[in-house]
Design a protein around this ligand. Structure first.
Ligand code: GDP
Length: 380
């Protein structure tokens, strides 16, 4: 594979998209397809404005490495421009490769490749900062420091490494949600105000609200960002067991399926039906749940002020919505990492670090750490 190119930026629409090109004759490819606005030669670390086909781009020549000439092409951030340039490069004989192939060819370690892959798929500055810390080697530092600690080969060093592993695993859920949003499902009987609450949380009218049970017939999703965390809110058909309408029953089945995959279920009740003794329905057993009592604007004032109540909201009066956002976050992200903290960002890393907790010998932990780093351990 002498000539390769890869889309370096994420798949989402952005201000610019960047494409990397590398290979022994990469400069020849650029000379063949890039029309510079000014005709002078492009030296290493210089940039030039020009076009590839109909697309306006800026190219940069990077220093050669390991016999590769290396270039970066920066174009409009919509998907069409990058796709057109990649097609032009492919027509010029360049092999278009995925991120992991590109990064491995670039000499990146497995942990760096995994982190950069996640970084490219983050959608908020907060999640990107955590992924960037991992790309800069936070988990790698944990591995190296642990291996150094284990050189003492005593039970104390085992305990130190294990307690570090426990500390890191507190961020497991965050790591697994850097590139995939948390799934929060609003469920409850028809007409309690689930759609209205989604609208209030998101800040725009995503669901139809209508004063007749059964209006939300399917599961509607709305992507939101709360305090820098990406959250997908799902607004389900009201759960009631006497649904006669076939379409409504189908909606309820889908709601139950989506509840099964939820990270958090917000169970909504109408204040006029709510009593402190109301229990959650059995289908929510074992799920992380948050109880919300809505339409408090229709209830007596003292009901809203009693102690130990669920979150009380009025979706149409914007009452308690900030408290609800806060309560959702407390459930999803009870503790967040400090800058530079190691965070496991995929199931492979979580599995390795979990194994450290249960390991018994120095040798066993060393083997897991090497595995986490992506290198098999040399025979003792
Ligand atoms: P869903 O079936 O649970 O999704 O309920 P909707 O969000 O469609 O709301 C049903 C009806 O209750 C609509 O007429 C809403 O305007 C109304 N509603 C929703 N939230 C509130 C609230 O907090 N207070 C009052 N008074 N009405 C509400």
């Amino acid at each position: 594979m002498t000539l390769v190119a890869c889309l370096l930026t994420g798949a989402e629409r952005a201000a610019i998209a960047s494409i990397g090109l590398a290979g022994a004759n990469a400069s020849q490819v650029i000379a063949g397809c890039f029309r510079a606005a000014s005709g002078s030669e492009i030296l290493v670390n210089q940039i030039r404005y020009g076009t590839v086909g109909d697309e306006s781009i800026v190219v940069t020549r990077l220093p050669d490495r390991d016999g590769d000439q290396r270039w970066e092409l920066h174009c409009h951030g919509g998907a069409a421009a990058a796709a057109q340039i990649l097609a032009d490069l492919a027509a010029a004989g360049v092999t278009i490769v995925d991120h992991d192939v590109w990064l491995a060819r670039d000499g990146k370690t497995l942990l760096q490749c995994e982190a950069i892959d996640v970084l490219a798929r983050t959608v908020t500055a907060r999640t990107a900062a955590i992924a960037l810390d991992q790309a800069r080697g936070a988990v790698e530092d944990f591995v190296d420091q642990s291996l150094a600690t284990l050189r003492n080969a005593d039970s104390k060093s085992i305990e130190i490494v294990k307690s570090q592993a426990v500390h890191i695993l507190r961020f497991e859920n965050i790591g697994l949600h850097l590139a995939a949003p948390w799934r929060v499902v609003l469920a409850g009987k028809p007409n309690v105000g689930k759609s209205s609450l989604v609208n209030a949380l998101v800040g725009y009218r995503r669901s139809i609200t209508f004063d007749q049970p059964g209006t939300t017939r399917d599961v509607l999703h709305a992507d939101a960002v709360i305090d820098g965390w990406p959250i997908r809110l799902s607004d389900t058909a009201g759960i009631r067991h006497d649904a006669t309408d076939k379409i409504e029953s189908e909606g309820i089945d889908r709601a139950q399926a989506v509840i099964g995959h939820a990270d958090l279920v917000v169970w909504v009740e109408d204040v006029r039906d709510w009593k402190p003794v109301n229990a959650l329905p059995s289908m929510l057993t074992g799920k992380s749940c948050l109880q919300v009592v809505n339409k408090v604007d229709l209830a007596a004032a003292q009901t809203q002020r009693s102690a130990n109540l669920p979150v009380m909201t009025s979706a149409i009066r914007d009452g308690g919505i900030e408290t609800l956002r806060h309560a959702i976050l407390l459930k999803l992200v009870p503790c967040s990492p400090s800058p530079g903290d190691a965070v496991p960002i995929n199931p492979r890393q979580v599995d390795c670090i979990t194994l450290i907790k249960a390991a018994r010998s120095v040798f066993e932990i060393e083997a897991i750490l090497h595995n986490l780093k992506g290198k098999s351990m040399a025979a003792p």
